[in-house]
Ligand binder design. Structure first.
Ligand code: ZN
Length: 192
């Protein structure tokens, strides 16, 4: 996979000051890389899957925004690290409209995995090829991954990037996302 660095600037945020770079995929998808310090081996890394409902609208159906905020806080606090915002990852790779259709099925009693399968998708369709290319761009061969997701660790290791440590991001649950988080742990290999 080829990915191009297409833009860079400084980005002051409520979590601190970062540098922002945009990487454009072969299909035109624009991923964001936000970093503090100079990323180097063993720094903190977050591979954050895009979630418009959680990240932008503050939805309580998932824990995405909490994880986004915790990751940026930890990277800023460490003074070094890389946050990659992966576009095209809505609903574990099924797209925004399909994710909302899956929510409607969950309103009728299905869990997050059953809903994706009912719609004709695999429970998790995310591809981490772009993330791997971005990590390689920064020369990272070994990282401390901010995640609760075993699959992200496996995807990086399969691509030859060692995860020396995983740093969990636990948010307080709420009545709307308890079932979702429980399903991720029982059915999707999320760490508990
Ligand atoms: Zn979400």
């Amino acid at each position: 996979m080829k990915i191009d660095l297409t833009a860079s600037s400084h980005l002051p945020t409520r979590f601190g000051a970062f540098r922002l770079q945009v990487f454009t995929d072969v299909d035109g998808t624009e991923h964001l890389a936000l970093f503090a310090g100079t990323p180097s081996d063993n720094c903190l890394v977050r591979l954050h899957s895009e979630c418009a409902t959680g990240d932008i609208l503050g939805s309580l159906r998932c824990d995405c925004r909490d994880q986004l905020e915790m990751a940026l806080e930890k990277i800023h606090e460490a003074g070094q690290g890389l946050f990659i915002y992966l576009r095209g990852h809505e609903g574990r790779g099924i797209g925004l409209a399909n994710k909302i259709k899956a929510y409607a099925l969950q309103d009728q009693g299905q869990d997050t995995v059953e809903a994706n399968v009912t719609l004709g998708f695999a429970p998790d369709q995310r591809d981490y090829g772009a993330a791997v290319e971005i990590l390689k761009h920064y020369g990272l061969k070994q990282v401390q991954l901010l995640t609760n997701n075993r699959r992200k660790i496996d995807a990086l290791e399969a691509a030859g990037i060692r995860v020396s440590k995983h740093v969990p991001l636990w948010a307080a649950t709420n009545p709307h996302n308890e079932g979702y988080i429980d399903t991720k742990q029982r059915k999707l290999g999320h760490l508990t």
